[in-house]
Design a binder for this molecule. Sequence first.
Ligand code: PEP
Ligand code: CO
Length: 451
Amino acid sequence: MAVTEPSWAPSSWRGLPAAQQPDWPDDAALADVRERLRALPPLVFAGEARSLLDSLAEVTEGRAFLLQAGDCVESFRDHTAPAIREKLKVLLQMSAVLTFGATLPVVKVGRIAGQFAKPRTSATEVVDGVELPSFRGHTVHSDEPTPEARVADPERMIQAYYQGASTLNLLRAFTKGGFADLTQVHNWNREFVAASPAGRRYEILADEIERALRFMEAVGIDLANMPTLHEVNVWTSHEGLLLDYEEPLTRVDSLTGRWYDCSAHMLWIGDRTRDLDGAHVGFLAGVNNPIGVKIGPTATSADVLALCERLNPDRIPGRLTLITRLGAGNVHELLPPLLRAVAEAEHPVVWACDPMHANLVRTATGVKTRHFDAIMAEIEGFFVAHRDVGTWPGGVHIEFTGEDVTECLGGAEAVLEEQLDQRYLTLCDPRLNARQSLDLAFRVAELMRSI
Ligand code: PEP
Ligand code: CO
């Protein structure tokens, strides 16, 4: 079934109010970049987006779990093989923990290979006493704190395309070429993780997985010929924010004749751009990829139902993921009515919990951070709300990095407030480091078993 409305075209959004778009200074340069993007090959194949849709349909039925994770915003500077590999390792580790703990397939979706643009609450920010246009991601401008550097440059969208392409290429190579083979389960544990409590717990789990594999071999199962043990799917996703980038990468699929946004397998709409009559909803309503919408604390049940109707009128399972980010203090009160409303309307959705974006705090010295306990409290509230209403807690959506950063507070090997400035590297929101991410996965697996 197609979701495309009959009168929809990739450029239809231009007639609608488009929030959070950069102030491109030169229309001719922008038009030229759009034309060049339109002529470049798609980054993903529509058939892959359909495979992801099928996997997400399993999540709507409660037969699988979604792990969507990656950077808040990817950097043009940090475009190296180790950076990509370390992120993939953490994703594979988390997914092994969740799969083993919950005995369910985990659908792995990275915030990767295209997550280059940021919505901002305020148009300007003050850096070292100077007021500048807020940083909107490397696909728009540099993060250098000067007025010249913050001028939007459309050429950067071409660079984003090529960085997305080479990141995706390496991801495919790693995930299909042996790196993600389940027999490598020990090798995904890095030294600075392995020495932590979560890392030691992971070693025990990896031993158990190895024993299970040896057991299967011993009873005569031919593991060498089981592709699912040797290859995994890691899908790509980003916020479909910059419509001048998404539009030219939206193509008609040659097999089905339908529109797909071929910049990533899955796109999501941010909490700031989920206006029902706005350009982002109008744009993503017409593409056939699986899509997500962030649901913040101001969303009412009526808002959520209207989004379901508009974005998934044919009620295709797997098409729509609702990513709630309500805050640890709000989730108990705000989530159950939303769950009931969507269940009563019989909309098949994936419910995912983003425990990051409504739990941002500033330290006394003004550093943006998140506390691991608040993150876990929102996830726990999410599981409790689903248990009470009788719906399936379908997944988590988090911001992490494979590096040993000190951006979020707490975790089993606690990052303390006075340590935040040791390795605070993010370009935007604070991310969980590799240890905290693994710790989170163990705790989510426990919640899945106990609730
Ligand atoms: C994000 O996911 O980085 C983000 C900006 O989220 P939200 O739209 O939920 O604020
Ligand atoms: Co963020």
